[in-house]
Design a protein around this ligand. Structure first.
Ligand SMILES: N[C@@H](CCC[C@H](N)C(=O)O)C(=O)O
Length: 284
């Protein structure tokens, strides 16, 4: 499908449902409105409800850009904003590339300019930029060693445009994610909360990773989390710079190159829907 035109809250909004390795998204294409956004925190929260809305891990809104092919904004299903979402970036890039007849594309997110390419096998790679390893950039509440945080298990803090707290454990399957995820998401060391990853080495340059996402809870995959975990594993001397990560929803490949952290994986456009003017007025 090409660009969705004439999108207004008064006439109703078309949306797409997509996923990347089971990390699922509602995508609203707001191009053609001079860069203006239509999504509000109330709409993101309402739509994110899997019973009364559509349901998603993240909502992504595409806007016009005068510096790149498009601007992309992210919302978690609790209504909070996110500075990065690797899997949604891959899915939306695939859609925009298809509409424009391109195999490579540029976009702008809260963290700055990014690039994405479609591979011959249909997977999409995105350059998520350089990792942030300084405590102030993650951000953390104080000047601590980001490679060994003063928390049980000594996790690693890495920013990928959003904060991540990566624990290396003997066996990620044994971790009580519903209990530990929210415990560390809200730890005072992370003034903006954090995404929480648990990873174990299962082969040479191969990790098993489970994730608790800030603002969304347990998800089947997290692209920026896979990048942060691969960076942390390399910095800890566990892996090289090129790593495969087995998540609940599939495998993501991460390659930490000179020009940034590239993340590759599958994309899927599942269905399109329409939000009625009444629903939009009730959840403005
Ligand atoms: N699923 C994402 C990350 C989404 C944002 C995150 N929950 C946050 O609040 O930072 C990904 O694929 O990167």
């Amino acid at each position: 499908m090409g660009q969705m035109t004439d999108q207004t809250p008064e006439t109703g909004l078309r949306f797409m449902k997509m996923h990347g390795a089971g990390n699922d998204f509602v995508v609203i294409d707001s191009r053609g409105r001079g860069g203006a956004a239509m999504v509000t925190p109330a709409l993101a929260r309402a739509l994110g409800d899997r019973n009364r809305g559509v349901g998603f891990d993240q909502l992504a809104e595409i806007r016009d850009s005068d510096q790149a092919d498009f601007v992309l904004d992210f919302w978690n299903n609790d209504g909070s904003r996110a500075g990065a979402c690797g899997n949604a970036t891959r899915c939306v890039s695939d859609y925009v590339m298809a509409g424009a007849g391109k195999k490579a594309i540029s976009l702008v997110t809260q963290r700055g300019g990014l690039a994405a390419v479609r591979l011959p096998d249909g997977r999409v790679s995105v350059n998520m930029g350089h990792p942030q390893t300084d405590w102030a950039e993650v951000p953390l509440a104080g000047a601590v060693d980001t490679l060994h945080l003063p928390l049980p298990g000594g996790p690693v803090a890495v920013g990928m445009g959003n904060p991540h707290c990566v624990f290396f454990v003997e066996d990620a399957e044994d971790v009580n994610l519903p209990q530990l995820g929210p415990r560390y998401e809200h730890d005072p060391l992370f003034p903006e909360r954090t995404n929480v990853e648990f990873a174990s080495l299962i082969g040479p340059d191969r990790l098993r990773m489970r994730v608790w996402e800030r603002g969304a809870g347990i998800t089947l995959a997290c692209g920026s989390g896979a990048c942060a975990t691969a960076v942390a594993a390399h910095l800890r001397g566990l892996t090289g710079r090129k790593v495969a990560l087995e998540l609940d929803g599939g495998v993501l490949e991460v390659d930490w190159r000179e020009d940034g952290v590239w993340m590759t994986g599958p994309v899927a456009h599942v269905f399109d829907g329409w939000l009625s003017p009444d629903y939009l007025a009730q959840n403005a």
